[in-house]
Design a protein. Structure first.
Length: 432
């Protein structure tokens, strides 16, 4: 897990400089051609051929709750819902459920409450955990924000009835009649997904009444698949890492001012493989996500001054898998990351050491995406506020219970894509 954390941070930071290789290649071409040749590569494409097919995300709003129970073994569960406004005029609802089981241990105790991201109470400790996790969910599309939230309420109601009385029988019909169920409860999801993986984390914390300091770092590896209503699928492989250091407390002679400081980082590297209804691989994407944040704030006489948004950058390179050359390029990148992709990685020999040349394989994949596929980058800001509580004691083995609720908003701050000559802005993709 430590290796995963370091790899993610290094790759996300390094990929922001991927254009340097293009400049070097162009300079070498111009030098060797002595001005007599054209230094471009790849087939000619129309301007609209470079526009990425997925709609951009303009804004979003949602929430999540999660809880845990520990008695030597850590049990976790939670649910997330998020409604996004898309650049094509539609709205997308994503619901995610999560369960986990693992081992958590350390030394200390925790009897605190979390209010607007600040922890109050009494706690001191150090610990860590390793957890097996299962995440699952579904995605719906709507014509308006109101319809999307109506679908959320109907889908949640449908889940409750499925668990209590089942589905597709006369008893369920009666339950629907009694409760006045809407037609949206029977709406089929556009896609469903499932991910399994393992996460590890470590933390140290100390809290005394209204003074708090803590630090946390975590890393995870996940593998999953999305299934679409028309039979298509997408295989997903993700490695992620995140960390945060936070301090807050009252200052001043009369304890009338509350000050806080926070610094965090987050990063993820994801490989996605699209397949048609027959299972044939049609495209592969490399997605990197990175954020870095630091801020201080204060309040006077109890007035709330919340922390700023956290900025993220998500960059995607997508390569079609129509030709052998494209599949070889994709296979080398996947094998270098230790990923076996049926229908793709067999194009490269099992002992091909070129897959370990990360600089070359990543550069080749990115250049192929520019020449023959799609490259785009979206910047957005997320504001999240958490409220909850913890009661536990750790003496090598943890015993306790915790729970929290997080409200989240997102808005786009930038969107650009490669148009054959450079990165250009995509219209209609920014929050107003």
């Amino acid at each position: 897990m430590a290796a995963v954390a370091l790899l993610v941070v290094a790759l996300v930071a390094g990929l922001t400089r991927f254009s340097l290789g293009d400049k070097v290649a162009t300079a070498l071409c111009e030098l060797t051609s002595l001005g007599g040749g054209e230094c471009t590569s790849g087939p000619s494409r129309a301007a609209e051929d470079y526009v990425p097919p997925p709609p951009c995300v303009i804004s979003g709003d949602g929430g999540s709750w999660q809880g845990s129970l520990a008695f030597g073994v850590q049990l976790e569960g939670g649910k997330t819902w998020f409604v996004e406004s898309l650049g094509d005029g539609r709205h997308r609802l994503t619901r995610t459920g999560a369960v986990g089981a693992g081992i958590e241990g350390g030394l200390g105790f925790d009897a605190t409450a979390i209010v607007n991201d600040n922890r109050y109470g009494a706690a001191i400790g150090i610990g860590g955990s390793v957890t097996d996790q299962l995440k699952f969910g579904d995605v719906f599309y709507a014509s308006s924000d109101e319809e999307a939230w109506n679908i959320l309420h109907a889908a949640d109601s449908d889940d409750v009835k499925d668990n209590m009385v089942g589905d597709h029988w006369i008893g369920r019909d009666f339950a629907d009649w009694v409760t006045g169920a809407s037609d949206l409860e029977q709406l089929d999801a556009e896609s469903t997904f499932v991910k399994v993986g393992v996460s590890a984390s470590g933390e140290a914390f100390a809290t005394l009444i209204d003074w708090d300091a803590s630090g946390t770092v975590e890393a995870g590896i996940y593998e999953g698949q999305t299934q679409y209503r028309d039979g298509r699928t997408t295989d997903v492989f993700t490695a992620s890492s995140a960390g945060v250091v936070r301090a807050s407390g009252t200052v001043g002679d009369e304890w009338t001012e509350f000050a806080s400081a926070v610094a965090s980082y987050g990063g993820a590297v994801t490989v996605e493989v699209d397949r048609d209804a027959e299972g044939v691989a049609t495209a592969m994407r490399l997605v990197t996500l990175g954020s870095g944040y630091a801020d201080t704030s204060s309040t006077n006489n109890g007035a709330d001054d919340p922390l700023d948004y956290v900025d993220y950058r998500q960059t995607t390179w997508q390569v079609p898998l129509d030709t052998q050359g494209q599949r070889v390029t994709a296979a080398k990148l996947a094998l270098g990351l230790g990923i076996e992709v049926p229908g793709v990685t067999q194009e490269v020999g099992a002992f091909d050491v070129s897959t370990l040349n990360y600089g070359e394989t990543w550069s080749d994949f990115q250049q192929t995406a520019k020449d023959e596929g799609y490259t785009w980058s979206q910047d957005y800001a997320i504001d999240a506020s958490t409220n909850g509580g913890n009661v536990d004691v750790e003496a090598l083995v943890k015993v306790g219970i915790s729970g929290d609720y997080t409200a989240t908003t997102r808005h786009a701050t930038g969107y650009s894509y490669w148009d054959g000559a450079g990165m250009v802005e995509r219209s209609g993709c920014l929050a107003q």
